[in-house]
Design a protein around this ligand. Structure first.
Ligand code: ADP
Ligand code: MG
Length: 316
């Protein structure tokens, strides 16, 4: 068993798509190569790294492709979209990371795990679906798909209508024992992609996929707790967390304590819903479950942040 410090690195959308006007597979490989380079730095520094990734845009592409070919092929349900992205994104990340580690003289195995995450059927999120997915529709099509397919739909900031799904809390990472064994065996594991494939259990424990989206930061915090990681590192598009974000009082912060983070989150206006707020909630969950430190920064600053020189650190 390895004696290295164990960390979970959750990488956001900017690690795979840097330019929304160029989303080719080649561009995704280029972006992944850069992030993998920074993850490689952490491995070289002696950390046991486990990677969680987002998948929002990639799920959107699969849904659009599925819509466009509806007259020829079956549509793809959301749980299967998540599974598809875990495979493709995992492949892109693991191929580049193995190369990066080899170039550093580190022969570490890198492996992606298709991961289901159980959610609670009674999670209140199912009564109030709010997470937009897929393409925009006009009001007529939205009404039709609501009636014919049972979709929940909502108007999105005057840009049109979209399907909305629930974003329930993760309850259990189904493959967590396998992930733990791989981590203990020295593998760099990529898992719980996109927050995991959302599944619910029936009375007998049999699992079925559901049309929902699990927040990847919450799921990463759960994984970090489950595998006994000391640090949860969230890589995103901002180098630091700000207070009074987006206002003329905006202030970037180097360090927060757990109680600071809780107090600022409760104030409600510092961290935006759907972007920074879930990261801060995830950090709070992780630290309250016994984690030592959380870091929020960009892929470029990962190594400097782990060394305490960049990013925002949140400590117990
Ligand atoms: P990811 O794909 O990494 O999860 P998100 O877009 O969900 O990325 O979250 C990162 C974004 O959160 C930043 O680009 C920033 O615009 C936004 N954000 C909201 N509130 C804050 C805050 N208080 N401090 C810093 N960034 C914030
Ligand atoms: Mg996000």
């Amino acid at each position: 068993m390895s004696e290295r410090e164990r960390v979970v690195v959750a990488i956001g959308g900017n690690s795979l798509i840097t330019d929304p006007d160029n989303v080719s597979i080649e561009a995704q490989f280029d972006a992944a190569r850069e992030t993998d380079h920074h993850i490689g730095e952490l491995v070289e520094q002696g950390l046991d790294v486990t990677v969680v990734h987002g998948n929002g845009p990639q799920v959107g592409f699969i849904l659009l492709r599925s819509e466009l070919s509806r007259h020829r092929l079956h549509e793809i349900p959301l749980d299967v979209c998540v599974a598809d992205t875990q495979g493709a994104i995992g492949y892109i990340l693991q191929q580049n990371l193995v190369d990066d580690l080899r170039a550093r003289g580190l022969e570490r195995g890198v492996v992606s795990v298709v991961t289901q995450v159980e959610v609670d059927r009674d999670d209140p999120a199912f009564a109030a679906p709010s997470k937009p997915i897929g393409s925009f529709m006009d009001a007529d099509e939205a009404a039709r798909r609501r009636d014919e397919e049972g979709w929940d739909v909502a108007e999105d900031a005057n840009r049109g209508w979209r399907r909305v799904v629930a974003s329930p809390r993760p309850r259990r990472i189904v493959e967590v024992d396998a992930i733990r064994h791989l981590v203990e065996g020295g593998f760099v594991v990529i898992s719980v992609g996109g927050g995991g494939i959302p599944v619910v259990a029936d009375e007998r424990g049999e699992l079925t996929g559901v049309a929902a989206v699990i927040d990847k930061d919450h799921a990463a915090a759960m994984l970090a707790r489950d595998i006994g990681a000391t640090r949860l590192i969230i890589s995103t598009s901002v180098e630091q967390v700000a207070l009074h974000f987006g206002t003329d009082r905006q202030e970037w912060v180097d360090h927060l304590t757990l109680s600071d983070a809780k107090a600022y989150l409760a104030e409600g206006h510092h961290f935006k819903a759907g972007s920074m707020a879930p990261k801060i909630e995830a950090v709070i969950d992780f630290l309250e479950a016994g984690g030592e430190e959380a870091i929020i920064t960009t892929p470029q600053q990962l190594a400097a942040a782990v060394a305490g020189r960049r990013g925002t650190r949140i400590t117990r």
